[in-house]
Ligand binder design. Sequence first.
Ligand SMILES: *Cc1c(COP(=O)(O)O)cnc(C)c1O
Length: 459
Amino acid sequence: MRTSLKIDGPCKTYLTEAELPKAWYNVRADMKKKPAPLLNPKTLKPVTFEDLRPVFCDELIKQELDENTAYFPIPEDILTFYKMYRPSPLVRAYFLEQALETPAHIYYKFEGNNTSGSHKLNSAIAQAYYAKQQGLKGVTTETGAGQWGTALSMACAFFDLECQVYMVKCSYEQKPFRREVMRTYGGKVTPSPSMTTEVGRKINAEFPGATGSLGCAISEAVEAAQAQEGFRYVLGSVLNQVLLHQTIIGLETQTALKKLGVKADIIIGCAGGGSNLGGLISPFVGEKLRGEADYRFIAVEPASCPSLTRGRYAYDFCDTGCICPMAKMYTLGSKFMPSASHAGGLRYHGMSTILSELYDQKVMEARSVEQTKVFEAAETFARTEGILPAPESSHAIRVAMDEALECKKTGEAKNIVFGLTGTGYFDMMSYARFNDGTMSDYIPTDEELAASFAKMPKV
Ligand SMILES: *Cc1c(COP(=O)(O)O)cnc(C)c1O
């Protein structure tokens, strides 16, 4: 029992109505060297608006390709929806600080306070809005563990759009709860590979009983969007537009810190495709690039899928099926498959082109962590701060704790801010493995990575 804890300030900081962000911030506008353009895989030329039109919504393509407009006003209907679950609190982790006996001040921005359980709803509602504005009937997407599919189903229900989700078959079977949440919100969930698309039928014929992969589900979702009148494909991470929508996280954090009179020293986030991290740090990166303030930014990735820390900065395919545009990013190769023992999410082979470029320019650092260490941090966080964190989010908790323990050694009272992207109630099988002591750490060998790099396109 910890009875001597003195709380000398607000535990949670919320913004008032008047303080809520009214525009998303596009960090590319402040980057002198911009991220490399997406390439059309057939022509190897930078993709154009027309190239992307058959697949993506018009307004979202404009956001994707615009590297000069700093602020995009958030449409009124999206601001209204955000009121349902935003602002999210910026929480001072007093209880965790006390447990670590650190002089550091730790803050986290908590995005798990909505039914989808993560930050993904911030972009899902924006993407559904633009699809509706365009007069579309619906959207298609893929989902692995199911967070994105859930967020998109919620957003589509709000705007009365059809939502077709291709869910990796093994997850569909092993994670029936997520599937049912999606169906409750009206999402049509199809296990992938399915018999509803050409790609799916081909894979099923070739590999009977295939349990699916994210890459295959993407190919099915893209085909389904193109095959149906009035449908487009949407994606929940990696793309510039998704980072743009997620800047709502960083903009709120920036205002909340100003209200508290606190200057962050280190800002930390977990990185799968990079959307929550990019959204959290973008406004602060802008300050740094404009020479107004200095910060350390740390991207945290799993040691089993280390795109930034061990990947190559090169053009690669964004999907296993090689049908999407090619992106210059830190990548392990689109054929890279994380080990089956990997439990913590964040299993995408590549990384947002914006974050890749910031990392390459050394504006941002990256660190990889092993999953048992991640779950140890999750357990400490749950027992001190009360929130059961998502395994993905726990990567950021791990490094925030490590930095706070470093402060304990040096006696520095640094301000550490991290993104707590979501809750972990649907990840209890992974927690079970941790609790049973059967969780293992798998780190790919240099040989395995080399084999995957060898399959990358030569551009
Ligand atoms: C999807 C997800 C992530 C990783 O995605 P990014 O695009 O890298 O942010 C992190 N945390 C949670 C809870 C997620 O659902």
